[in-house]
Design a protein around this ligand. Sequence first.
Ligand SMILES: [Zn+2]
Length: 123
Amino acid sequence: MSDAAARFLARYGETLSSWTDDTPPENDAPDIETSVETPPLPEQGTPERAWFDPEYATTLTGLVHAALMRPKQWSDPAAFPSRGCFCSTCRGQSWWSDGPNGWRCTGCLPPNSDPLRLIDTSN
Ligand SMILES: [Zn+2]
């Protein structure tokens, strides 16, 4: 046996013999079902607790929905349609502008000619 092999066996021999042993190792690992603890909920009445209230989640979803809803036209050309916004009339997400007169929904108020700007807010 070479010196290298002897050093290897001296260092890892016990580990190797445990790998080749046919007897199954003792299962001293904790049971996953009992070792995972559910964190406690925040105190009742605190703002942190409100996040766990299903009614709060419904309200939040409604607020996001309302924030994304736009009228079928508006006059401020600088108020660009934002990503995800949709028309309150037809729920379309394509908007056009001729420049000075603001923005229009393509579905409700289609342009008569090629618009100066065309924005798709669906993505
Ligand atoms: Zn529309």
